[in-house]
Design a protein around this ligand. Structure first.
Ligand code: SAH
Length: 255
């Protein structure tokens, strides 16, 4: 049985997805109308649900589903770019990570998944209007309790000490790196995401100037393959450009 309070997703025959929180009362679902929550809480994942004349499949939303559904105002990091960040930062359960630039909170959701209920994501954001949207989106995370939002400039804020890792998605990461690198423990990684090559160059130069080791920069290209009766070929549609990632590792006492 689906417990009350869990995030549930309904998928219709065309693949359209609707998100709702399981509750034993009437639930308003955007684009669907009002449905009886008792029928959700009395079901299991994989069951079918009839709403009016339409049939839906009840399932548990994945992190990627959530990222596809959340409200976005600032440009978000998409899974192609964000999903590799926790691995490159070597994040695991219980880790403490600092994030600069929250935007819509898409990357925050990915970081929260990585650090789990015993970890902490300390996010710094200068715009209260973006932070309000992020708060709504982060509430969808099973680890929302691990999130600490700070309305402050990551370049100058008094950051947590001895954090396990740090990540920046702001226009001028080179200005924030000195403060961030100071806050990271020895052995920890920092990451920066930027959309333009000139920003990437300035970021990498700053990482080297600060004495970080293992500085590396790359972009991720993802091309879908279509498997059909006539053969197998790449998709005609491909996202040509999103942004670049740069990483560095603090291996010794710096600054
Ligand atoms: N990674 C986010 C998108 C971040 S957009 C996501 O996946 O949803 C960049 C954000 O950085 C904006 O919200 C902007 O207000 C914020 N920002 C810019 N400079 C900043 C600074 N110095 N300190 C904190 N936040 C900053």
């Amino acid at each position: 049985m689906i417990p009350e309070g869990t995030q549930v997703m309904l998928i219709d025959a065309s693949g359209k997805k609707h998100l709702l929180k399981a509750r034993k009362q009437m639930i308003e679902v955007g684009g669907l109308g009002v449905i009886n929550g008792d029928s959700i809480c009395g079901s299991d994942y994989g069951d079918a649900l009839k709403v009016g004349s339409k049939e839906f499949l009840i399932c548990r939303p994945s992190l990627k589903d959530l990222l596809g559904i959340i409200e976005r105002r600032a440009q978000i990091l998409i899974p192609k770019d964000s999903f590799s960040i926790p691995m490159h930062l070597d994040l695991g359960c219980g880790d403490r990570v600092i994030e600069g630039g929250v935007g819509s909170g898409a990357l925050t959701l990915v970081l929260l998944r990585a650090v789990g209920p015993s970890g902490a994501v300390h996010s710094y954001e200068i715009r209260k209007d973006f932070a309000a949207i992020a708060e709504k989106n982060v509430s969808l995370s099973e680890n929302a309790g691990s999130w600490k939002l700070h309305i402050a400039d990551i370049c100058t804020a008094d950051l947590e000490k001895e954090a396990d890792a740090g990540v920046l998605d702001i226009p001028n990461p080179w200005d924030a790196l000195p403060n961030l690198v100071k806050a990271i423990r020895i052995g920890g990684f920092v990451c920066s995401y930027v959309p333009n090559v000139n920003q990437l160059e300035a970021t990498v130069r700053k990482m080297r100037e600060l004495g970080l080791d293992e500085v590396v920069a790359f972009e991720t290209l993802q091309r879908e393959m279509i498997v059909h009766e006539g053969g197998v070929r790449p998709s005609f549609d491909m996202l040509g450009h999103t942004g670049y990632l740069a990483f560095g590792r603090k291996m010794r006492n710096l600054l």
